[in-house]
Write a protein that binds this ligand. Structure first.
Ligand SMILES: Cc1cc2nc3c(=O)[nH]c(=O)nc-3n(C[C@H](O)[C@H](O)[C@H](O)COP(=O)(O)OP(=O)(O)OC[C@H]3O[C@@H](n4cnc5c(N)ncnc54)[C@H](O)[C@@H]3O)c2cc1C
Length: 446
């Protein structure tokens, strides 16, 4: 009864962890439990319709030169890629070409500060306080508005992570000298990768959707765990020997009986993310010199992407603007009219309302725990994955050098088999890695 391994969460981390466990021990029995009706988690490609294409409502891009595990999977499954090279256009409040120049200057100043600051201190101070002290509050406000990330002003974001956000994201990394990375997207969407992983697992692991883990207790049968799920047909109990928790760490607070160290748990922050789209009868922005650009506005439409190869506009926001946009998508009867009005004020084209046709479709996905991060002041970060007992681990990008990225989820999944199948009973119950000689160069978030 308790020889099974349960994986909770059928996002990319859970599916990859299951695959790695099976590779390490082909005889192990794995059941993957997922609360949603479908798998994929924060990888969610939405097909708008034959000529509109696929919009990514979750993760959307990767850097093949840096995200090696993901690039290897993409190659293995022969998934077609396409460039994701949107030029950042901080075009607002009358600032045109100057906007980019100002931003580049601010980023260079921050880079010098980053290099001069000892690593410990970079984790201890917030991005906001360090940046404000260097460039002053007005320039900091400009930086936040023009880069399109509210999270820069999050009271818990460390300078290390804030700088990582600026330095390693496709929208902002080109503001740094010497940056020549090319970003890619999957032509058929990241959900195609999930389908491939699932197909590989199909013969060896069972996936049960509609299973929301609500409680964990020690098994009455001895070693192992008793898991309580809410399902559409009522509560179900499942006994397992070993456990992989592959759900967003910030969401684990909702699971009763899960005894993870308060001192670490309380140091995890998270911010919501939203992606939304308006699909049009035709690409009305064609020939307006805006294709392939990502405009940032000081409004709830923080980043607006103008594709070259699809008939939809995509909007991407974090933090407070994500909450506002969600509210607007759910409740505002004049949603598109208001969007066009903000765009008209912020952008130089579309001077007449008639130049923008009514959308044929719109939609959004809101992620309450879009990305998680370690609050500033923390220098004790578990490494790889977090072992919370001899027979249970937490698998998440949060414990890697790529928190907030698919690459981090894949990296964490690599540690799971070792942590769970190892016969070494002397391993301490929680791996809290604090080796200052192994400096974490982290890139976060998305
Ligand atoms: C809007 C957005 C944009 C992003 N952009 C990028 C990007 O461009 N590039 C990139 O590399 N990364 C990006 N990311 C981050 C990337 O999506 C994540 O790092 C990655 O998907 C995390 O995978 P995961 O499997 O750990 O978590 P998830 O994908 O969140 O999977 C966890 C699964 O657990 C399930 N679950 C939760 N609670 C329970 C429960 N109680 N019981 C059972 N199941 C449960 C969830 O339904 C989910 O399916 C983005 C994220 C978001 C939200």
């Amino acid at each position: 009864m308790t020889s099974e391994i349960a994986v909770i969460g059928a996002g990319i981390a859970g599916l990859a962890a299951a695959a790695n466990l099976l590779q390490a021990d082909p005889a192990c029995r794995i059941v993957i439990f997922e609360q949603e009706p479908s798998t994929g988690g924060r990888l969610k490609s939405h097909n708008i319709g034959s000529h509109h294409g696929i919009v990514e409502l979750g993760a959307g891009r990767f850097d093949p030169d840096d995200h090696h595990r993901l690039a290897a999977l993409v190659n293995r499954y022969r998934l077609a890629t396409k460039p994701f090279d949107y030029a950042l256009s901080p075009l607002q409040n009358g600032l045109h070409d100057q906007g980019r120049q100002i931003l580049t200057g601010l980023c260079q100043a921050l880079e010098t500060l980053y290099c001069d600051m000892p690593a410990q201190k970079r984790h201890a101070v917030t991005f906001e306080s360090a940046a404000k002290a260097l460039i002053g509050p007005p320039s900091f406000g400009l930086l936040v508005d023009m880069c399109g990330y509210d999270t820069f002003a999050h009271p818990d974001l460390s300078f290390e992570d804030g700088f990582g956000l600026l330095r390693h994201h496709p929208e902002t990394n080109a503001l740094f000298s010497g940056s020549k990375r090319h970003w890619s997207a999957l032509r058929d969407g990241f959900s195609a990768l999930i389908r491939m992983l699932e197909a590989d697992l199909a013969q060896q692991a069972e996936i049960r959707t509609g299973h929301d883990l609500v409680e964990i207790a020690p098994s009455a049968h001895g070693k192992g765990y008793s898991l309580v799920f809410q399902t559409p047909s009522g509560a179900r109990v499942h006994e397992v020997g070993k456990l992989v928790l592959a759900l967003p760490v910030a969401a684990m607070r909702q699971v009763k009986g899960l005894n993870i160290s308060v001192s670490i748990r309380e140091r995890i922050g998270s911010v919501p993310l939203i992606k939304a789209y308006f699909a049009y009868p035709h690409r009305w922005w064609k020939d307006m010199q805006v294709e392939g650009r990502c405009f940032t506005t000081a409004s709830m439409y923080r980043k607006v992407y103008f594709p070259e190869d699809a008939d939809y506009l995509m909007i991407y926001c974090d933090g407070q603007s994500a909450e506002q946009l969600r509210h607007s998508f759910l409740n505002n009867p004049h949603l598109h009219r208001d969007f066009v009005s903000v765009m008209r004020d912020a952008l130089p084209f579309a001077t007449r309302a008639e130049s923008v046709p009514a959308p044929v479709d719109h939609g959004h996905a809101f992620w309450p725990h879009g990305i998680s991060f370690w609050r500033s002041g923390l220098n004790l970060i578990p490494s790889g994955c977090w072992r919370i007992g001899d027979n249970a681990v937490i698998c998440s990008d949060l414990f890697t050098r790529r928190p907030g990225w698919i690459e981090g989820a894949l990296e964490s999944a690599e540690y799971v088999a070792d942590a769970l199948l190892s016969r070494n009973e002397t391993t301490p119950p929680i791996i809290a890695h604090n080796d200052s000689s192994q400096q974490m160069t982290r890139t976060w978030p998305s």
